[in-house]
Design a protein around this ligand. Structure first.
Ligand code: ASP
Ligand code: MG
Length: 408
């Protein structure tokens, strides 16, 4: 017996039949004696459909009204699920975020949760009900509807699990767990039984888009045991947890990659104090996020400076950099979109030397040129030509034995 928060994403509630299947799963859990709080997303495609309608009205829709609009998607699902549960003889109540006092700040379309009042939910659970909460939304102090950003239902679920002190938070999705890498690129990718919060954050931020990043941060901060599993099949999924209880002791846990970046290079920059700030300051002022940065020192007192941004920001970043180049008296600005970032991630790196050289040997053996390198405590990333992505991922996967169960 325990208290569980189950979150079902858009594809898991995409049709009437799927919602009925979710109801069966929830009823079975309740019958076994568990208390269940369900968080639902909008039916798949619905949030995009609503966003499309808004964009027909206004190029940049009013943020407050956008939240009112988008929050309706989750309301549809929650009420339908309660009806499906009712059909199974299971008593359930649905609530919007505001109704269960998920209080957020007032930053429309990307609000952050400040607190949750768990009284009403506990009262319902103790009365034997299933509680269904609309994901992705809350209410600010003035009673305005807010939303938590795309994928925000994950964060609702984790925040509720923390507030209710749930035993586990289950994220039901269309994959049956977190894999060593994307199985579409490497069919030998293996499902991990567990992964640490830190590793998951690196995997997620690098483009393994299973969970909203903020939900993983939240879970790590409040020590919510988070499990990713499939709503379409049975299985234990992947537990995201602390390092101590992570049983797998592999050198690295996974390979992530990101196809969304582009590279900009400014050459012939005078090698003087303040140059980096002059180059990157205006980019930051334009709210463009910078990922990797490299600066080289050339012999002739000038330097080349390379950095990466999201591909969507490339045009804007290039315009800014070209203006900077003129004012700095630099030589040229070049860009490259045909790049990909490949990263190996693992807490095992902390205690093992030689992982970077092992990674670079793989690229040497495959004759793949490395354009940029960056490292953190548990991650090594390289930028390479995008045409080598599949080759690089598969070669790394094999070199680090990721297709094999780690030795216990
Ligand atoms: N429905 C929202 C979205 O599509 C929130 C979520 O599903 O987590 O982003
Ligand atoms: Mg999602």
């Amino acid at each position: 017996m325990g208290l569980f928060v189950y979150k079902f994403g858009g594809t898991s509630v995409g049709t009437v039949e799927r919602i009925q299947a979710v109801a069966q799963k929830v009823k079975a859990a309740q019958d076994s004696g568990d208390q269940i709080v369900v968080v639902v997303s909008a039916m798949s495609g619905e949030t995009n459909r609503l966003t499309g309608l808004a964009k027909e009205m206004q190029k940049t829709p009013i943020a407050r009204e956008m939240d009112v609009l988008l929050s309706t998607g989750e309301q549809v699902t929650m009420s339908l699920l309660c009806m499906a549960l009712g059909e199974l003889g299971c008593s359930a109540h649905s609530y919007t975020g505001g109704q269960v006092r998920i209080v957020t700040d007032s930053v429309h379309t990307k609000a952050r949760i400040k607190r949750i009042d768990d009284k009403k939910i506990h009262a319902d659970l103790n009365a034997g009900k299933v509680v269904v909460v609309a994901g992705f939304q809350g209410m600010d102090e003035d009673g305005n509807i807010t939303t938590l950003g795309r994928g925000g239902s994950d964060t609702t679920a984790v925040a509720l699990a923390a507030a209710l002190k749930a035993d586990e938070c289950h994220i039901y999705t269309d994959v049956d767990g977190v894999y060593t890498t994307d199985p579409r690129v490497e069919p030998n990718a293996r499902r991990l039984d567990s992964i640490t919060f830190e590793e998951m954050l690196e995997m997620a931020s690098l483009g393994s888009k299973i969970l909203q990043i903020r939900s993983v941060e939240f879970a790590g901060k409040y020590n919510v045991a988070l499990r990713v599993l499939s709503s379409f099949s049975e299985g234990r999924g992947t537990l995201i947890t602390y390092e101590e209880s992570a049983v797998e002791q592999a050198l690295i846990s996974g390979i992530a990659f990101n196809r969304d970046e582009a590279k900009l290079t400014i050459t012939g920059v005078p090698d003087i104090p303040g140059a980096a700030f002059k180059i990157l300051g205006p980019i930051a002022d334009a709210n463009i996020e910078i990922d990797m940065i490299i600066q080289n020192v050339a012999d002739d007192a000038t330097t080349d400076f390379t950095f990466t941004v999201h591909r969507n920001d490339l045009v804007a970043a290039k315009a800014i950099l070209t203006a900077t180049s003129d004012s700095l008296g630099a030589k040229s600005v070049t860009t490259d979109e045909k790049i990909v970032k490949v990263s190996i991630v693992g807490v095992g790196m902390r205690s093992h030397a030689g992982i970077a050289s092992k990674m670079f040997k793989v690229f040497a053996d495959e004759n793949i040129n490395i354009q940029m390198i960056s490292t953190s405590e548990i991650k090594i990333s390289v930028v390479i030509d995008e045409k080598y992505l599949e080759l690089a991922v598969r070669a790394l996967h094999a070199a680090f034995d990721l297709d094999k169960e780690p030795k216990k």
